[in-house]
Design a protein around this ligand. Structure first.
Ligand code: SAM
Length: 212
């Protein structure tokens, strides 16, 4: 089911500039329709964000592909921290690429719903309920960090929990629109930052995020 639509989405993402074949292949294998409400499934392979309940969204496939590509995943077993598990789709793509995925969600109902889905689909992601702005110290350092909600600034703990040589991709801005920042950790204190304009995300709420 949806095989043709999935292939059309892959073509669309390629035309929009996604060139990393491991990202393309993973998106080609993950059934996005399983991560969204049944009533929305006919939109599963449109390149749009969709509501998943609790005022949250599953990110647009292009955004997922673009952010994943920026993590530069080149070998299996890379340890990646995701902030904002949401529907679980982004985590599933990373898992499919061979990453060791740690994902944090602050909405308890969504966390429960998504961990059940991971079990059902055999997706082995380490998922935790909590405030992702403080990271997941027990498993740090991470080779890559992906934040899937818009933050007012870059949480200090996430910078600390990134390995030297690792990359973090995070939307930063106001509550309406954000720029994607790509941080490369050069040394314990130094980061190289690239800015990619105009992406929009739901807010990152937490100790180092927005206050509700
Ligand atoms: N990665 C998700 C996916 O593949 O469906 C998309 C996530 S949605 C755009 C952003 C998610 O971030 C929401 O589920 C929201 O509850 C969560 N979130 C917001 N602030 C958070 C925080 N401080 N810690 C963890 N999750 C947070």
């Amino acid at each position: 089911m949806f095989r043709v639509q999935r292939e059309e989405l892959i073509d669309e993402l390629t035309q929009k500039g996604i060139s990393d074949l491991s990202v393309i292949n993973a998106i080609g294998r993950i059934p996005r329709e399983k991560f969204i409400p049944v009533t929305m499934q006919h939109f599963a392979y449109k390149d749009v964000a969709l509501p998943i309940g609790y005022e949250q969204t599953i990110s647009q496939p292009y955004t997922v592909a673009y952010m994943t590509q920026q993590l530069n995943i080149k070998k299996p077993g890379m340890k990646i921290l995701e902030i904002g598990t949401g529907s679980g789709y982004q985590a599933a793509v990373l898992y499919e690429m061979g990453c060791d995925v740690y994902s944090i969600e602050r909405n308890l109902d969504l966390h429960h719903r998504t961990t059940k889905l991971f079990d059902k689909l055999g997706i082995r992601v380490h998922a935790k309920y909590g405030d992702g702005t403080i990271g997941w110290k027990d498993f740090a350092p991470f080779d890559g960090i992906i934040v899937t909600a818009g933050s007012p600034s870059i949480p200090q703990k996430l910078k600390e929990q990134l390995i030297v040589g690792g990359r973090m991709i995070i939307p930063v801005g106001d509550r309406i629109s954000q720029k994607l920042l790509l941080l490369k950790k050069i040394s314990e204190e130094e980061f190289e930052t690239e800015t990619i304009p105009e992406f929009a995300f739901v807010p990152l709420i937490g100790r180092e995020g927005w206050k509700k």
